[in-house]
Design a protein around this ligand. Sequence first.
Ligand SMILES: NC(=O)c1ccc[n+]([C@@H]2O[C@H](COP(=O)([O-])OP(=O)(O)OC[C@H]3O[C@@H](n4cnc5c(N)ncnc54)[C@H](OP(=O)(O)O)[C@@H]3O)[C@@H](O)[C@H]2O)c1
Length: 277
Amino acid sequence: MTDPTTKPILILGGTGKTGRRLAERLTAHDLPVRIGSRSGTPRFDWEVPATWGPAMQGVSAVYISYYPDIAVPGAAETVDAFARLAVQNGVTRLVLLSGRGETEAQRAEEMLKASGADWTILRCAWFSQNFSEGFFTGSLAEGEVALPIGNVGEPFVDADDIADAAFAVLTEPGHVGQLYELTGPRLLSFADAVAEIAKAAGRDIRFVRISHEEFTAAVAAHELPPEFGWLLNELFTQVLDGRNESLTDGVQRVLGRQPRDFSAYATQTAATGIWSN
Ligand SMILES: NC(=O)c1ccc[n+]([C@@H]2O[C@H](COP(=O)([O-])OP(=O)(O)OC[C@H]3O[C@@H](n4cnc5c(N)ncnc54)[C@H](OP(=O)(O)O)[C@@H]3O)[C@@H](O)[C@H]2O)c1
């Protein structure tokens, strides 16, 4: 447990999918928060290590959400350098948002454990919110999601459950040295997930399985920075090979309740109109 009553908790990625929700929860409990991002004060930028020290001065703990993705080569070394600097500065309570079945993410976890920090790891499945706050939003609006993925089940986890878990581990005792693997309660293929969204949105949205070559060509056509091209290829052609096709009890262990189902996410998100056209 940290002492967040007087010192703020630094939330890296504090305006992103999980960080924003964690900030809302802490603020709702009158606990002070410092947003760690390029728009935070002081500014925090993963690419500018000189910004790390000022951002962590006087904080009680850090929620580490790496950007762009903890699966990217070199992410582990960067998270390691950040964790060691935090420990040197007396900020030992560190909570890492990690990913499942990703070599680099698991390397980052091991480095965090060796950093001298009072660590907790939240190793998460794919977020449901990728469909509404991430890279699928545009495809869904256009009515077609095309990916090189077959009938592989993914236990999509809700960012609200991750934020609830992060809030719990940062404000309750007993979570130091724990790794929680967080998944949703049900395996869905991407085709299943798109079908649930289409039903909730009341629209015709298709899932199309394309070849790896077609996918690579589509990514290239978007002229993304090279690391994003690499990342999309890694996530969709390597990590989604069935290695993560299992449910875990992580949400139950941290929160004492079942995780939120994808259908609840789809229904609630459809009501915001984000998938309407
Ligand atoms: N999405 C998933 O399904 C999933 C699953 C498992 C694990 N993860 C892990 O979760 C982490 C976050 O992923 P996400 O998809 O949820 O992203 P996200 O948190 O929504 O990403 C956006 C956040 O990153 C900040 N940011 C962008 N560039 C930055 C920079 N150079 N320095 C510091 N902050 C920067 C943004 O704020 P500013 O624009 O203000 O800088 C914003 O707060 C990643 O490490 C990923 O590997 C994601």
